[in-house]
Design a binder for this molecule. Structure first.
Ligand SMILES: CC(C)(COP(=O)(O)OP(=O)(O)OC[C@H]1O[C@@H](n2cnc3c(N)ncnc32)[C@H](O)[C@@H]1OP(=O)(O)O)[C@@H](O)C(=O)NCCC(=O)NCCS
Length: 250
């Protein structure tokens, strides 16, 4: 989307006045500046993009360079989380929302992401229709999750790549025991994983989470994934060494 009609570029702090204006026009429970800054400054997993009109503007009343929309998503190992999406009201129903989400899906698939996830208000028919059009399906419902007004969240999911590959937890327990003996850092990672699981369980027990608690919960989930990924790498390396040490089998 860099064809003269549009410019899709990384969101900067200097975009935030306009972004916040669109956010407030788009949501009944808008993100705060602090939440946007959290994504821009302190989150290595986040991609935050703004779409601006090119030299010709965008229809009546939308000048060249004007903000048309933004998309924010996290790519963490095998998962894409769509965090925020909005299109300027005057520019809606022109395929921009679709193009922004497609961009995120393509970027994520190129990084090996297998699953895309998002949550949306149950009454947001526009967004629900857009996501369904892109192949997302309802995975679950979080009862009364949103406030202002109180409403259910629909959790939607779409697979991007075929399932397969390794998962740590299905590993042979005998191998895991050997790895624990040889690699003390594996035990440390297991402890970390367990600690994160407890933290997550605590947060999950709270029926309603504030937006900041929700962000914290996502971070814990991602830290957990990162820990699991490191553990899996140690196991893979261990198994490789074992097979090298054993030599050819025939
Ligand atoms: C949801 C939103 C991003 C859609 O952006 P958009 O650029 O208008 O969407 P598109 O033009 O790409 O629409 C793609 C498809 O989604 C569906 N759709 C979009 N808006 C719709 C609406 N108001 N009613 C019904 N279906 C709609 C249609 O199937 C549409 O295809 P069509 O126009 O060929 O019928 C936009 O309405 C918005 O910013 N809403 C406020 C913020 C928001 O809800 N964000 C999502 C949070 S989860």
């Amino acid at each position: 989307m860099q064809d003269g009609t549009f410019r899709l570029i990384p969101m900067q702090e200097s975009d935030l006045d306009e972004v916040l204006d669109l956010e407030q026009r788009s949501f009944s429970e808008p993100w705060t500046r602090k939440m946007f800054l959290g994504e821009l400054q302190g989150n290595a997993f986040a991609t935050n993009l703004v779409l601006r009109a090119g030299g010709a503007g965008f229809g009546e009343g939308v000048a060249a360079g004007a903000l048309l929309g933004y998309i924010m998503f996290w790519v963490v190992f095998e998962e894409l989380h769509l965090m925020n999406l909005a299109v300027r009201p005057e520019a809606r129903r022109h395929g921009i929302g679709l193009a922004l989400v497609r961009h995120a899906l393509t970027a994520a698939a190129a990084q090996g992401v297998r699953t895309a996830l998002l949550e949306v208000r149950a009454s947001n028919t526009a967004a629900l229709a857009l996501y369904r059009k892109l192949g997302f399906a309802q995975k679950s419902l979080r009862k009364g999750y949103y406030v202002h007004p109180r409403e259910d969240a629909v959790i939607m999911m779409r697979e991007l790549l075929e399932k397969g590959g390794h998962t740590m937890l299905s590993e042979d327990p005998v191998i895991l025991d050997l790895v624990r003996k040889e690699h003390p850092e594996f035990r440390t990672l297991e402890d970390t994983h367990q600690r994160l699981e407890h933290q997550l369980a605590e947060l999950t027990r709270l029926h309603f989470l504030t937006a900041e608690e929700e962000q914290r919960k996502k971070r814990i989930q991602f830290d957990k994934l990162a820990t699991k990924d490191k553990m899996a790498a140690i196991v893979r390396q261990f198994k490789q060494q074992q097979s090298l040490a054993a030599g050819p089998s025939s």
